[in-house]
Design a protein around this ligand. Structure first.
Ligand code: MTE
Ligand code: MOS
Length: 756
């Protein structure tokens, strides 16, 4: 199916939610208040692993304005943070397993009082042996830290183990003329959303609970709160407040924050607000899983890859949360966007006494993208091939099969993205210019780096039951239209793309269509707002609803003697006819992806409904005296299918590239024996405007996906995935030695220079 280019699809419309945000009219959680509202504070474990010996309840009430104290004994339902596995207690009972684990809750008339009371509370602990390194945690003599036997599928501290076997890896290596082997390591990355985690729980008349929170997945929160309170889901109403950024950090964590707020509201029968401090947020909420990857690549002299063998270890932290979903993406992405006949991947997520890690833009993919790109650069060097050429030779094209044996029968824009990106930077000439520059400069060295990525859109074979979306649409009596979906706006621009889809299909102007606030009691479950699935899945549901409504409108118009060509002009009149004649003005739209058939035994099958692709090229300047790196030019080309809004898509790319530069060059949190060495954003280095390329080149290869809305796939996460690897490739090129560890901060670059 090809679509005609119309006025709305692809247009650079600005966001309808922008005005309120810029003016300060948007209401974030901390802007909201309810009569009689209390303020909550979490009493947290100061130790990475310990027995809780005694909680002095009286000490919490040292302050007269403290209204309530909650411990695990007060939990009316199940004492868990419900995500995938129920292994994480909402409030610790006998053992704490990471620094910052919630032990008790205090609600008071002000935040300050609650905090003071928490600081004065006496809890005695007995320290237990700590394991904070995932490789050590896998040893048979390691202390076992998991809470429930059932939580560790593999026994001991091994949370999950996943395998992928395609072809015959041994035979593939036997065929190879050259084999490259490397070890790679990445550390923590903090989401650093502008707004910290926060929620307000409000007891409702009739025995229910309303939750207002900053989040990505209201229906996850609804279930989690129902489990912890022991109430049916129908009694829990979750309302998404305007959300100040999420990046995956508000996928699983809000289930915890909202459960804690709900426990305090339940006990006091009063609204309770719980908003985290920045330092508290950085220390105690999920981050990107630190990783160790061992990667072997075999290739022929001409650069054709014959086999890969990859071992991935992710540090999951003390509880499972989303680690299995994160790990699964490492498994399915390890081969990159390349045609490789023989693949073996083994991926493990491991429990340690550190903060539980969760979703972060890209899930577990950047941890394997850095290695798969570094391996190709090393292969190119070993074979004396150009780095763009070796990619050209191996990238997936239509008709190929992915590493999971999935047939890629359409919408494969990888080769075109690579061609476009190399053309935009004039790859060969640029390399020559850099060589000439480096010839003339002793201390400053330039480098050019390249990366290619594929990204499965949606949740795919790991959670096919989540790859669906609902939408409702109602024609109002005046011809305006109300639309509701259960996915959320968190800065990525989903509201705008959904309005464009609805307006385009209905033929009504965007200004007359209103997207309802997300409230689980009123909007359909559209699945979680994750995995770059929002525009594709909710977009399909909105499109389905719009088609149904349009059909109904046509029927009424024709039934009233109008001509089809008049519908647009006489739209309001038709809407009024619906109202006058008591015709049903509401429709439901529904979207489901093609059933995926992925086999966990072999790791093979159709892992995702479709893939997005990208090629990034970065140019850097490295100061060989100080070890500092400056990104001086950047080009990003993406295939996310049809681009619905070029301005917003470009914004997603620019933001993702900034986050990728941060991951490659500066973002990290040192961790020692379970303690994170950071106190907030003062000691966590983030890229600023001085670290990004203001006039970076962004372009799109629109390999239309016929099953997507107007041909669209997903984009949201992909820019970060490709960016860090291009930067690492460029730094390695500049210093003449392959980087194997993030972040490439000055001391790491100095080591590389010494090795070169
Ligand atoms: N962009 C902004 N501004 N803020 C965010 O929190 N999250 C990213 C990405 N882009 C994010 C963002 C992540 S992790 C995902 S999964 C996608 O947006 C989700 O949105 P989409 O499915 O609508 O692309
Ligand atoms: Mo994005 S990590 O899928 O929320």
């Amino acid at each position: 199916m090809t679509h005609m280019r119309t006025t709305l699809i692809g247009a650079g419309l600005s966001r309808p939610d922008a005005v309120d945000k810029v003016r300060g009219d948007a209401k974030y959680v901390d802007d909201l208040a309810f009569p009689g509202m209390l303020h909550g504070w979490v009493v947290r474990s100061p130790l990475p692993h310990a027995k809780v010996m005694h909680v002095d309840l009286a000490s919490a009430f040292s302050h007269p304005d403290v209204s309530c104290l909650v411990t695990h004994e007060d939990v009316p339902g199940k004492n868990v943070v419900h995500v995938i596995y129920d292994d994480q207690p909402a409030l610790a009972c006998d053992v704490v397993r990471y620094v910052g684990e919630p032990v008790a809750l205090i609600a008071a008339t002000s935040r300050k009082v609650a905090k003071q009371a928490a600081e004065g509370m006496k809890i005695t602990y007995e320290e237990l042996p700590v394991v904070s390194d995932p490789v050590e945690a896998l040893r048979s003599d390691s202390p076992v830290i998991v809470s429930l036997e059932a939580a560790a599928e593999g026994g001991g501290n091994l949370f999950n183990e996943m395998v992928l076997h395609k072809g015959d890896a041994d035979a593939g290596f036997a065929q190879a003329d050259v084999i490259i082997e490397g070890d790679y390591e990445t550390g923590y990355q903090e989401h650093a959303y502008i707004e910290t985690q926060g929620a307000i729980a409000v007891p409702e008349e009739g025995g229910g609970m309303a939750i207002y929170a900053s989040m990505q997945c209201p229906f996850y929160v609804q279930r989690a709160v129902s489990v912890v309170l022991g109430l049916p889901m129908s009694k829990i109403r979750v309302i998404q407040a305007t959300t100040g950024g999420a990046f995956g950090g508000k996928e699983d964590v809000p289930s915890q924050i909202c459960s804690l707020a709900a426990l305090m509201a339940w006990k006091t029968r009063r609204p309770v607000k719980l908003v985290l401090d920045r330092g508290e947020d950085v220390l105690t909420t999920s981050k990107r899983h630190p990783s160790r990857v061992h990667y072997r690549t075999g290739a022929m002299f001409d650069g054709t890859i014959t086999a890969i063998d990859v071992d991935v270890i992710l540090n999951a932290g003390a509880y499972q949360t989303l680690s299995s979903a994160v790990l699964w993406r490492s498994l399915c992405t390890a081969a990159g966007p390349y045609r490789i006949p023989n693949v073996r991947v083994n991926a493990k997520s491991v429990a340690t006494n550190t903060v539980p890690n969760g979703a972060f833009r890209g899930f577990g993919s950047p941890q394997v993208i850095f290695p798969h790109e570094a391996q190709l650069d090393r292969l190119a060097e070993a074979l004396n091939l150009d780095r763009a050429n070796i990619r050209r030779r191996n990238v997936l094209v239509e008709g190929d099969r992915s590493s999971t044996e999935q047939l890629l029968d359409s919408s494969v824009g990888m080769a075109d993205s690579l061609a476009r990106a190399t053309e935009m930077v004039e790859w060969n000439q640029r390399l020559e210019a850099i060589a000439a520059f480096n010839e003339q400069h002793r201390d400053i060295k330039r480098g050019l780096g390249i990366s290619c990525v594929l990204y499965g859109v949606g949740l795919g074979g790991k959670a096919p039951f989540l790859d669906k979306a609902g939408a409702t649409m109602k024609l109002e009596a005046d011809g305006s239209v109300a639309v509701a979906v259960g996915t959320v706006e968190m800065g990525q621009g989903l509201t705008t793309s959904l309005l464009q889809i609805a307006a385009e299909e209905l033929g009504v102007s965007i200004e007359r269509i209103q997207l309802a606030p997300v409230d689980t009691s009123r909007v359909p479950d559209s699945g979680p707002t994750v995995a770059s699935r929002g525009t594709m899945m909710s977009g399909l549901a909105v499109l389905d609803a719009a088609r149904k409504l349009r059909e109904r409108v046509e029927e009424v118009a024709l039934g009233n003697g109008m001509d089809r060509s008049e519908i647009r002009q006489r739209w309001d009149e038709i809407a009024n006819l619906f109202w006058l004649n008591n015709l049903d003005p509401a429709v439901e739209g529904w979207a489901k992806t093609e059933p995926v058939s992925w086999d966990p035994q072999t790791g093979l099958g159709d892992a995702y409904p479709v893939y997005a692709y990208a090629c990034h090229i970065a140019e850097v300047e490295v100061d060989t005296v100080t070890g500092e790196t400056d990104v001086i030019d950047f080009v990003a080309v993406h295939d996310s299918g049809r681009i619905l809004n070029r301005t917003l898509a470009t914004g997603q790319v620019q933001g993702g590239v900034a986050q990728g530069i941060g991951f490659a060059l500066m973002e990290d949190i040192p961790q020692k024996d379970g303690f994170l060495m950071v106190n907030g954003l003062t000691t966590y280095r983030l890229p600023t405007i001085r670290d990004v390329v203001l006039d970076m080149g962004v372009d799109f290869i629109e390999a239309e996906f016929s099953a997507g809305p107007f041909g669209a796939k997903g984009l949201g996460e992909v820019p970060l995935m490709a960016a860090h690897a291009a930067v690492a490739s460029a730094v390695s090129h500049a210093v003449g030695h392959q980087a194997t560890k993030y972040p490439l901060e000055p001391c790491t670059v100095a080591e590389l220079l010494r090795s070169a």
